[in-house]
Design a protein around this ligand. Structure first.
Ligand code: GDP
Ligand code: IMO
Ligand code: MG
Length: 424
């Protein structure tokens, strides 16, 4: 029986998961998203075109592969419809390629409103969510009052919806949040009819059946390990398990069915929204990373906070996920840098530690190792051997520190700007 390989982010999201899933899809029969929702924005570039995917898995552009939205995902019918219609305009009709788990939860219009209302109520302590209703939808799932995709086929659908809406409106009133639901609601009901054109499946049977037939599955993560609800920088996290364990609950496969775990990281770090970020740069170098790396959110357009690579955090993420192969993205962004810094430990009040602490206080200071910049355009390199020695030193330092091989190196946003390393 085949196993499920996993691709997931090791930092705070936006590592480049979409690009790599697209690049690796030809090796697989099925690509399946296991968590998150339209808070994700996965950017793919090829043939001079650029696509941003939110709920639809990033395997849809590689020749008729089956793509699955798993039970661990939350779906907003309105945003799903917009995304699918946009793709249809560019000639990608998904109705035969895409299946949706009946057990995936639905983001209702009132979930979006609740997301905004809770954020407003938090004031300066706000999470800085994407405003897509993610937290309230997962909250309803866990409190056993959510609505699932399978409910759309139930004769009691309207009644289930009305009960949820009434409950949400009571909360919105208690928060003194003023809103206008009518337009959003009618759009949602129309979009629900659109959603019903897709095949709703028992995705756990589908995925396990696919493996039993000897076919291969790639699980696509959204967000990143440091945004995981359990292991991220709580409460500044998303509301799902973004880590490899989330593949088991988000697709219905057993832990011993997990194969390779590809961990993706940027050659530096970024974060959107609030929360601690030990290696964040507030200077001109941070601005350079942002402008050269085009570090603006694919979903919200927000400027991403930028900083140096953090090996303490990376090693923590590798441990939690059981990463077997690393994938390094966006190295080209630092082509012109004289010096590149990497945090290898934290100084916490004079105590040097290699562990990611429970609380990341302002007093925490990263301990850095400096590297000479490679000062050349990596985008021209076609194999690992062609990379300049200074760049290889950077890569090999990361491999030694983490004990995991860097298998793929991305040097540009295009599908083709990807170097898969050969190993002796
Ligand atoms: P995801 O959410 O993990 O799929 O990542 P995003 O798509 O949100 O953000 C990654 C951004 O970096 C996108 O704009 C990609 O087009 C871009 N990108 C991906 N890989 C590279 C790379 O190696 N170099 C550069 N310069 N850009 C990249
Ligand atoms: P991809 O898949 C980066 C962040 C938000 C916020 C926190 C909670 O593109 O990597 P939420 O809306 O999930 O309740 O917001 O998580 N966040 C992301 N940051 N990339 C993402 O997705 C993100 N999805 C959520 O900015 O800080
Ligand atoms: Mg993204």
């Amino acid at each position: 029986m085949k196993k499920v390989d996993v691709i997931l982010g090791l930092q705070w999201g936006d590592e480049g998961k979409g690009k790599v899933v697209d690049v690796l899809t030809p090796r697989y029969d099925v690509v399946a998203r296991f968590q998150g929702g339209p808070n994700a924005g996965h950017t793919l570039e090829f043939n001079g075109e650029k696509y941003v995917l939110r709920s639809i898995p990033s395997g849809i552009f590689q020749g008729g592969k089956t793509n699955v939205i798993g039970n661990g995902v939350v779906i907003d019918a309105i945003l799903f419809r917009a995304e699918a219609e946009e793709l249809a305009k560019s000639g990608h009709d998904l109705t035969r390629q895409l299946c949706i788990s009946k057990k995936a939860h639905l983001i209702l219009p009132t979930h979006r409103l609740l997301d905004a209302a809770y954020e407003a109520a938090k004031g300066s302590a706000k999470i800085g969510t994407t405003g897509k209703g993610i937290g309230p939808t997962y909250t309803d799932k866990v409190s056993r009052s959510g609505m699932r995709v399978g409910d759309l086929l139930s004769p009691d659908f309207r009644e289930i919806y009305s009960r949820a809406k009434a409950r949400h409106e009571r909360i919105l009133r208690s928060l003194d949040y003023s809103y206008d639901l009518a337009g959003l609601e009618s759009q949602w009901f129309e979009a629900v009819e659109f959603l019903k054109r897709f095949r709703f499946i028992d995705s756990e049977y589908f995925i396990n059946g696919t493996l039993a037939e000897g076919k291969s599955v790639l699980a696509e993560g959204a967000q990143g390990t440091l945004l995981d609800i359990d292991f991220g920088s709580y409460p500044f996290v998303t509301s799902s398990n973004t880590v490899s364990a989330g593949v088991c609950t988000g697709l219905g496969i057993a832990p011993n069915r997990i194969g390779e775990v590809f961990g993706i990281f940027k050659a530096y770090c970024t974060r959107v929204g609030s929360g601690p970020f030990p290696t964040e740069l507030f200077d001109e170098t941070g601005d350079r990373l942002c402008s050269i790396g085009h570090e603006f959110g694919a979903v919200t357009g927000r400027k991403r906070r930028c900083g140096w690579l953090d090996l303490v955090a990376l090693k923590y993420s590798i441990m939690i996920n059981g990463v077997t192969q690393l994938i390094m993205m966006k190295s080209d962004v630092m082509n012109d840098f004289d010096t590149i810094r990497v945090a290898t430990a934290y100084d916490i009040g004079g105590q040097v530690s290699g562990e990611f602490p429970y609380d990341i206080a302002d007093s925490l200071k990263p301990v850095y190792t400096d590297f000479e910049g490679w000062k050349c355009d990596l985008r021209g390199c076609k194999s690992y051997g062609e990379f300049p020695a200074a760049f290889r030193r950077y890569v090999e330092f990361i491999e030694r520190e983490t004990g995991v091989p860097v298998r793929i190196i991305s040097v540009g946003p295009d599908r083709g700007e990807t170097i898969v390393r050969e190993y002796r």
